[in-house]
Ligand binder design. Structure first.
Ligand SMILES: C[S@@+](CC[C@H](N)C(=O)[O-])C[C@H]1O[C@@H](n2cnc3c(N)ncnc32)[C@H](O)[C@@H]1O
Length: 193
């Protein structure tokens, strides 16, 4: 059972269906017939009922997603409030996930008006309060509009780096008493065959 609390145009629903997984997608302003209207800070699911959460949250107020007053994408990532609201979402994800299960959160940094905001690192710091890290994947943004001559020229002219990647934070909700992790540093390579 996969849940996407900010499912937008429903990519997660389409992918889960292709892979034969059960899925529920929510969004404050749905753009897909199967996405249910809901605020990610209050997910209508029971505690510990979900096997995986994927979330692609706003990165700040760089994109206008909707006019909805509760859209977190109306808050600048330069304000603490942005991370406080995302923390409420993280707490809900923690609540609905079964112990030992994993969530993946996609996010990018911001560079606006000569000011860089490390949105990814700020979010990651907050997520570490709740989850243990499984892995961090850097997702290259190939084929996006920043990968064109127009943006290359702007970057040279106005002296900024093109933001060519996003982070995918893959994190696990621990068991109350995690007995699955053996306290040894020795790697048994045969196990990985
Ligand atoms: C980066 S987009 C997600 C795109 C999505 N992965 C897709 O395939 O279209 C971020 C989404 O977060 C949604 N959002 C913003 N605030 C929200 C909130 N409080 N509760 C639920 N969704 C919210 C926006 O409406 C937007 O669709």
């Amino acid at each position: 059972m996969v849940v996407d609390p900010m499912c937008g145009s429903g990519t997660t629903i389409d992918v889960c269906k292709e892979e034969g997984r059960q899925v529920v997608g929510y969004d404050i302003a749905p753009q897909h017939s199967e996405v249910i209207q809901n605020d990610a800070r209050n997910i209508p699911l029971d505690d510990e009922s979900v096997d995986m959460v994927f979330i692609d949250s706003p990165y700040g107020d760089n994109v206008k997603y909707s006019e909805h007053p509760d859209c977190i994408g109306r808050i600048s990532c330069e304000e603490n409030l942005f991370y406080e609201e995302l923390e409420k979402v993280a707490q809900e994800i923690y609540r609905i996930l079964k112990p030992g299960k994993v969530m993946a959160w996609l996010i990018g940094d911001q560079w606006v008006k000569k000011r860089f905001t490390p949105v990814g690192f700020k979010l990651y710091g907050m997520l570490c309060k709740y989850f243990e890290t499984v892995d961090i994947v850097v997702v290259a943004r190939r084929g996006q509009s920043s990968h064109t001559g127009v943006w290359h020229n702007r970057a040279k002219r106005f002296n900024f780096y093109l933001r060519g990647f996003k982070y995918l934070f893959i994190m696990r909700k621990s068991y109350p008493e995690d007995t699955t992790v053996k306290k040894t540093n020795k790697i048994k390579w045969a196990k990985y065959k």
